[in-house]
Ligand binder design. Structure first.
Ligand SMILES: O=P(O)(O)OC[C@@]1(O)O[C@H](CO)[C@@H](O)[C@@H]1O
Length: 395
């Protein structure tokens, strides 16, 4: 983050967000959402008694002290170092971003995801992901793809970008059949829209576009439609899709989830099946490459990108970073002044970067002072209720 030398102007890094502020969004996640997630996993997956007990044990720690990951865990060494100074403290007193990430790691441990037994590799969130893929809402989204693929290229791209942006909002309606309308009714909800800069980047070079995915299901479907449009319109010759190597934050997309979306697209009528076919051919021809780097499931911010990822991302025309969690990791999960320019918060990133984010947590940068004042006065929950979004680009 920022540091300026000089006798009088030392820019301080903003303080990390903790969860111990009563009534805060972060507190609600730690004290209510995490217990709910455990309860939902127990309800939807018929785990044996030993796993239920392990989940109960995890639940029992949540209003108390952070436990250690067992020394037998595959990645115990990584987490021992990461958790140094945090184990034994209250969950709410350590950085929110770290605490959430560690919670999901402990949940996988409790379910035996990395163990030697029969539950190894079983995604505890699969029932929720599959339910979304089966939803009539997705049928409606897919039926609207016909309009998108026949639209003029720039309009189809704009519609795909809007769908990808709003893809993780709960009440999403795709509106793809009339691509030119996608921006109109949501324009008030867009706090920043640098999409013109994104199109300039991809038009200036056919080099690789990277997309760091967020959620499975409808959001990944929209991301894949965007990738199809970028490849099909010749805006890029190669795309790289970054997925999670294992389940994370309930709905984060893994390679298994990618295959599920491709199957769903292939089985749908109309343009959807054609998109699935093209994407499968693109994967087979290495024009669409899939990655699942371990770093994406760690609690670090992108300031800590490992060398191999820095090297690969450095060659990107643009890295499209999806969703709220990735945004927090991109700018730092901290108490930024919301008028801090996006470019200032992301200057360190090794490539041009575009963030497509609906706001679902307190972090905010890149708002104009006027917009900020208006939001604070009119929409108290704008930072966390998923009603607002940004398209930020740093070239
Ligand atoms: O990355 P996504 O899917 O857009 O959002 C994930 C997320 O909103 O869920 C958490 C609450 O459980 C937030 O802390 C986090 O940022």
């Amino acid at each position: 983050m920022t540091e300026t030398s000089g006798p009088t102007t030392v820019a301080q890094d903003p303080a990390p967000i903790l969860s111990n502020v009563p009534g805060s969004f972060a507190e609600g996640v730690m004290l209510r959402r995490h217990p709910d997630i455990i309860a939902t996993v127990r309800r939807l997956v018929p785990y044996p008694r030993a796993v239920q007990d392990a989940l109960d044990h995890l639940l029992s720690t949540l209003d108390g002290a952070i436990p250690e990951l067992p020394a037998s865990a595959v990645d115990a060494a990584f987490w021992r170092e990461s958790a140094a100074g945090y184990v034994g403290r209250r969950w709410v007193d350590v950085p929110f971003l770290w605490a959430e990430s560690y919670f999901y790691r402990l949940l996988l441990e409790a379910t035996g995801y990395f163990g030697e037994g029969p539950w190894r590799g079983v995604d505890p969130f699969a029932p929720q992901k599959l339910a979304e893929l089966d939803s009539p809402d997705l049928d409606r989204d897919l039926s609207e793809l016909d309009g998108l693929v026949t639209a003029p290229p720039a309009e189809g791209l704009a519609a795909a970008l809007a769908a990808s942006l709003w893809g993780n909002r709960a009440d999403l309606g795709f509106r793809l059949s009339d691509p030119s309308s996608t921006g109109r009714d949501r324009v008030d909800d867009l706090i920043a829209d640098d999409s013109a800069a994104l199109w300039q980047l991809v038009e200036a070079s056919a080099g690789p576009v990277h997309l760091v995915a967020d959620n499975a299901g409808r959001e990944l479907t929209a991301d894949l439609v965007l990738i199809d449009r970028l490849l099909e319109t010749g805006r890029t010759a190669k795309a790289v899709l970054h997925l999670k190597p294992h389940p994370y934050y309930v709905s984060d997309a893994t390679t298994t989830d990618l295959l599920a979306v491709l199957r769903r697209l292939a089985a749908a009528p109309g343009a959807a099946a054609g998109i699935a076919d093209r994407l499968q051919q693109a994967i087979a021809a290495d024009r669409l490459q899939v990655r699942a780097h371990g770093f994406w499931c760690t609690p670090g911010t992108f300031h800590q990108l490992p060398r191999d990822l820095v090297d690969e991302l450095s060659a990107a025309v643009v890295v499209i970073v999806k969703g709220d969690l990735n945004y927090r990791r991109l700018v730092g999960d901290a108490h930024w002044n919301p008028t801090t320019p996006f470019a200032d918060a992301t200057g360190y990133f090794p490539a041009p970067v575009a963030a497509l984010r609906t706001l679902k947590s307190d972090v905010a940068v890149g708002a104009t002072p006027d917009r900020l004042e208006h939001l604070n006065a009119t929409v108290p929950g704008w930072r966390t209720d998923g009603t607002h979004a940004v398209v930020h680009v740093r070239t």
